[in-house]
Structure formats: C-alpha cells, structure tokens
Design a protein around this ligand. Structure first.
Ligand SMILES: Cc1cc2nc3c(=O)[nH]c(=O)nc-3n(C[C@H](O)[C@H](O)[C@H](O)COP(=O)(O)OP(=O)(O)OC[C@H]3O[C@@H](n4cnc5c(N)ncnc54)[C@H](O)[C@@H]3O)c2cc1C
Length: 650
C-alpha cells in the first residue's frame, strides 16, 4: 500500500508553484482540493496485483526481440499484449515512465485531474504562445507512466458516430477503417460491468437494457467499463434541462449515433472502485509471460535502420536506442518496431530518427533518411470554454470534498470498506450535438466554414477533410459541439460554496497545428503549435458551444439550482463579449491526434511508415481526422486492429 506521502515526493508548495506556472486555470483550482484529496487517498486502491520485472536495461538489450514497442501507453501496451499472445515471439516495450501501482492519485476515480502538471506522471509539455488565445501558452498533459494517458484521463468511455469512422475509411481508401470494420475491436478491448441500470432521465424504463446491446458491447476485453453508481445533485437536472430544450437522452450511445445527451460510461473497474487502464489490464494480463518484456524509466531517443539489400529501397527498422539513468542502451527487433509514443512524442521520435521534412531535419544537422513532410503536421484537438455557476446552498457537488471535512471523511470510510460512494464516482453527463440542434442559423456557420477553407492554405489531406466536414455541417449527422457537466468548481472558489461547470466546445474545428523538434536534444520537448482559435469558424464553433451551455444553465430544472453565474460575467451578453471571454478561458480537452496520419504519406492503411518495411505507428497520431468523442476507446480499438494487422503481415 502506498501512502500519499510516498507517492508525492515533491513538496506540496513546490508542486503548486510548478502547477501555477503551467496548469490551466480550471485544473489549477482543482489543486485547492489537493491537500484534502491526498489526505483521503491513504485509502489504498485494490487494483489488480501483478508483478513488475527486474527492469535491467542490459538484460533487456540482450533479448532477441521480434517486436519492439516504443511507449507503454494506451495503445502501446494494448498492441504489445496482443502480439505476445503468440508465445513463439518475444515482445519488448520501452516506457519512459514507471508503474504507479496502487497509487490513489491514479486509481481512485474522484482524484481525476490531480496528476496533471506533476512531472512524476506527466510529460509536462506546453504549447507555444497562441495568438488566438490572447497569447497564452497552455499546459498539454500527457501520461508519462506505464499506461500513458489512460492513467491520467478523465475516464469517459466513448465511441464516436458511424460517419466519422467511415470517413477514415474513405480518406485511407480502405473500408476496414470504418465503423463496422472497427466494431470487433471496440468490443475486443472492453468488458461491460453487468447488471447496471442507467438512471438518466429521458430513458424508457428499459433504457438500461438497451444500453447493453450485445451487438455493440464487449464482454471479455481487458478494459472494464461501467456506469457511475452515484450522481451529484446537478446531474439529473442538467439532463432534464437538455431534454426540455429538445435534446434526447441516448439509450445506446455506442450504436453509431451520438447526437443527444448520454450517461457516458467510465473506464472504471466498478467491482474494485478503481480506474481500469492499460497498465492494470493489458500489462497485467501479459506480464507473467516469459515472452513479454517491459523496461520502464527508459526513454527512447532514436530508431536505427538497415538499408534494404533489394530493389525495394525500403529501410528496415532494426533497433531502438534508449537512455536509462545516465547510460544509453540499444535494443533490437527482428520483425517490427512499433512506435506508440503518442501524438506529441511520436512525430518527435520520427524526426530524431531522420524521418520527416528533409529540409527541416537537415537544418538541425539530422541526416534525412526518408523525406516525409507531413510528419508532425495535421495536429487537431477539441476546444472548450467553461460556464461556471455557484449553486444554491444544500446542493451537493464534488466541492463537498473541498469544503466539508465530515463529508470527505464519511466518503473515505465508505470507499475504504466498500470501494463505492462518491470517491468511486465521477461526472458522466455529456452531450454531443450538431449545429442543427442549437441554432436555426446553420447556413451562416457553413458560410464561415467555407470562407475559412477558402482562405486557408490547405494541404491535400486537409482539403479532403474539409470536404467531409462541410458535408457534416450541412446534413447534421455528425456532432459539432459538446457540453460536459462538471459538478465542481474550477476558478475563484469560495470557502463554503459549491459550483458546477458546463464546458461548451467545438469538436470538428478547421485549424491544424504542428509538432516538431527544434533541437537534436531528445530530452527537450517538441514545439507544439496547435493554432487554436486561429480562424473565424473555429471561434464561432466554440461560441456556439458556449452559448448553448449558457442556455442549458438558464433552462429549468437546472436553472433552479443556480445561485450566481460566476463565469463568464453575466453582463457578457454580446457575441463580441463572449468571444473575448473565450479567448481568455479556452481549454483543450486533451485530445491531440493526427500528427502521423494515415491518408497522407506518413503511414499507410496497415500503419506502416512509408519508405520502411517494418516501422509501424500505433497510437492517436494515426487518426486522419479527429472524431467527436473522447478518444480512449478509439485508441484501444486502433491498437487491437493493429495487432491483428501486424500478426498477419510480419
Ligand atoms: C488529462 C487528460 C484527460 C483525458 N480525458 C479523457 C477521457 O475522459 N476519455 C477519453 O476517452 N480520453 C481522454 N483523454 C485522451 C486519451 O486518454 C488519449 O487520447 C489516449 O490515452 C492516447 O493514447 P496514446 O496511446 O496515443 O498515447 P499515450 O497513452 O499518451 O501513450 C504514449 C506512451 O508513450 C510513452 N513515451 C512517449 N515518448 C517516449 C519515449 N521517448 N520513450 C519511451 N516512452 C515514451 C509515454 O510515456 C506514454 O506511456 C484524456 C487525456 C488526458 C491527457
């Protein structure tokens, strides 16, 4: 059992100072509850017990590996674990972080958010200054641990709509990348916790049964998913207000239509009351196998290639150099190297290894091995602006953990004895909406979209994306906006006061950013330049989300719970005032994708890097177009599919 004092080996003041420097305003204020939550977290979680190997880099380097995976994160552990099912092959994984086993900051659901900005868990990267957001630069957390970002995400488990995955298929001209093609892999990754009811308003009495449609769901996969057991006071009124505006509650949000409000399931092992993520599932199912090898605290910095000896001219990835402590080592692989370092570090490692824009690399003194100018381009994300309300006295929210020590102690006791209660809960009310659901003025949004596209210097991939996105705006089949309810305060929190935040945001934005190295020093973060709010359409899409969040908050019955609107200030009514607010308060949903996409010359539909015979990319970077959903379910499905491709093709 870890005690909090063992887990947080930086002092709280240092931690807070660091976080104030880098953290987003929303998350920064969660840290006001940090001391209380870590005190509570002396309740140990009971995550699956599994062994950790010896972590000897010399021994690891000497293994004759068939497959070598860089990055033991969400996708990396999933693909490695599946490849290791063939006991005839040796599978190795190089992971920069460690296994935070039985760590309450990871495992206990109520603690979501508390590892952000902490370098023990987070790569702690920041964007460059964003002109569209008043010149601010932003913390962009990424899990640096066994399990990667699946160990620090907010637990929402979601599948996007059918047309979005089908668009991948059309962009890569391979219809196995489609909703139907991915369905077996969504199912393969997950196990639905049985016999739960979905109590959300707006469902028929048997709505919960429909939500477990056996054709959509997984029943034997590693990741455990479940509904929350408990809901804070504002949740059902939020859903009812949306229903009153005409937004239906979805009985089955996994079936390919996501328009509505849903009770998002969570990657939580409900029986144990702990996060279910790649480390405690995919890693633990394989770790006792003699053909599965993971080296932790080991940072890969270059992939080594061998020239082809035949007319194909393809390079063959043979080795990976990594550091552990002050020393460097080389691990070798005979069949394939699989790059799963995530949307920021995957392009970084490609570039450090000589794959990327040749001019850029040569200007840094890196010999260009394969000229692939699209490496690190095409970065997409989801953007939100929050509406914060102070709620009336007597309304229970997660702020109780911050302001009410009796409540917190009671919940800790419940969690300790039953693994249930509000410490095992987290917010789950999420609504995905096309513009048609919120405005009669879709035409003017479409005009803005068309103008933005016309003004852009779009690449062929972006033009193909815009073509698809424009169709979705017109026909309303794919959500463009999202509302997320957080039953807690984010900013400027009063001592005895409770809050809610409704985040309203845009999902299919037009801006594309980039991630590139600007030094050969592998320890320096890449330059992350997302170009947020850099055009009128993106601003209008976030504005539409924000206005709909405000409308929801002023609709009964939710309106009845609210005392004061604290943010934006209530007199910010005009579009101009709200846009000014958005530029100051915008937040990412931490969903970067697309930096090594299929559908352009980075990887092909079998995730093979162009110009190589055996370097594959398996993580969120390969998405050719983002989806209107939180990403982890899609990333696990990509990894499951990749494992099947690699087993056949290697
Ligand atoms: C704060 C936060 C909240 C989120 N909330 C949600 C949510 O509620 N629901 C949802 O569905 N999605 C959510 N997401 C997004 C989702 O978790 C990610 O999209 C997904 O986990 C990404 O998986 P990946 O495999 O691409 O990358 P990761 O899981 O980040 O894996 C990359 C791995 O590679 C390792 N690595 C990187 N570079 C190196 C190197 N040089 N050497 C060795 N190892 C290296 C990293 O340490 C990491 O383990 C959230 C993400 C964050 C950060």
């Amino acid at each position: 059992m870890h005690k909090a004092s063992h887990i947080i080996n930086v002092s709280l003041p240092d931690f807070l100072q660091h976080y104030r420097r880098t953290g987003s305003p929303a998350m920064r204020n969660l840290y006001q509850s940090f001391a209380l939550l870590t005190a509570l977290s002396s309740v140990a979680s009971s995550s699956a017990v599994c062994n950790v190997g010896s972590n000897d880099p010399v021994a690891f380097s000497e293994i004759s590996l068939d497959y070598l995976v860089i990055g033991g994160g969400t996708a990396g552990l999933a693909v490695a674990s599946r490849l290791a099912e063939d006991t005839e092959v040796q599978v190795g994984v190089i992971e920069a972080g460690t296994f935070h086993r039985d760590d309450p900051l990871i495992d206990v659901p109520v603690n979501v958010g508390l590892t952000e900005g902490n370098p023990l868990y987070d790569w702690d990267y920041t964007t460059i200054a964003q002109p569209g957001a008043n010149g601010q630069s932003f913390a962009v957390p990424r899990g640096k641990m066994l399990g990667g970002s699946s160990g620090m995400n907010f637990l929402a488990w979601e599948r996007a709509s059918q047309p979005e995955y089908d668009a991948w298929g059309s962009l890569v001209q391979d219809n196995t990348w489609s909703f139907q093609g991915l369905l077996p892999y969504f199912r393969k990754a997950a196990t639905v916790f049985p016999n739960q009811t979905n109590p959300f308003p707006g469902l028929p009495p048997n709505g919960s049964t429909a939500a477990f449609n056996p054709e959509d769901e997984g029943f034997s996969g590693p990741i455990q998913i479940a509904y929350s057991d408990l809901y804070m006071d504002p949740v059902f009124p939020f859903v009812q207000s949306l229903n009153n505006i005409g937004i239906p509650t979805l009985a089955d949000a996994e079936a390919g239509n996501t328009t509505g409000v849903e009770n998002s399931r969570q990657s939580v092992n409900r029986a144990q009351g702990v996060r279910s993520y790649a480390a405690t599932t995919y890693y633990c199912r394989s770790v006792n196998q003699t053909n599965f090898h993971v080296i932790m605290n080991a940072t890969a910095f270059r992939i080594g290639f061998q020239n082809s000896s035949d007319e194909t001219q393809l390079l063959t990835a043979k080795s990976v150099e990594f550091t552990l402590g002050n020393d460097t080592y080389t691990a070798n692989a005979s069949k394939a190297v699989i790059l799963s370092a995530g949307a920021y570090n995957t392009p970084k490692l490609l570039e450090l290894s000589g794959i990327g824009n040749a001019t850029r690399l040569e200007s840094l003194g890196i010999p260009s091995l394969i000229d692939l100018p699209q490496v690190g381009e095409n970065l997409q994300d989801h953007l939100f602006a929050p509406v914060q309300y102070q709620v009336k006295s007597g309304i229970t929210t997660f702020d109780q953990f911050r302001i009410n020590s009796t409540f917190a102690a009671e919940q800790a006791a419940i969690y300790n004895s039953t693994r249930a209660g509000f410490m095992a809960a987290s917010d789950s009310a999420i609504s995905f909406l096309p513009f048609q659901a919120t405005t009669n003025n879709v035409d003017s949004l479409l005009q803005l979209f068309n103008q933005t596209v016309a003004d852009s210097n779009a690449s062929p991939l972006q033009l193909a994306q815009y073509d698809i996105q424009g169709g979705w705006i017109r026909d309303g089949t794919v959500p463009q906006m999202e509302l997320i309810l957080f039953s807690r305060g984010f900013v400027n929190l009063g001592p005895n006061t409770s809050y809610i935040n409704i985040l309203g945001g845009g999902l299919h934005l037009t801006s594309h950013g980039s991630v590139h190295i600007n030094t050969t020093d592998a320890l320096v973060q890449p330059v992350i330049s997302p170009n947020w709010l850099s055009n009128d359409f993106d601003v209008a899409a976030v504005l539409e989300g924000l206005k709909f969040a405000l409308r929801t908050g002023s609709t009964l019955p939710l309106a009845d719970l609210i005392d004061i609107q604290t943010d934006p200030e209530p007199d910010a009514q005009s579009d101009a005032a709200l846009i000014e607010y958005i530029r100051g308060s915008v937040e990412t949903a931490h969903h970067p994708v697309g930096t090594a996409p299929m559908a352009t010359r980075v990887v092909d539909a079998s995730l093979l890097v162009y110009g190589t015979s055996n370097l594959r990319i398996v993580d969120a970077s390969i998405m050719p177009l983002t989806v209107a959903a939180h990403l982890q379910e899609s990333v696990y499905a990509i990894a499951e599919k990749a494992a099947d491709i690699i087993k056949v093709q290697s």
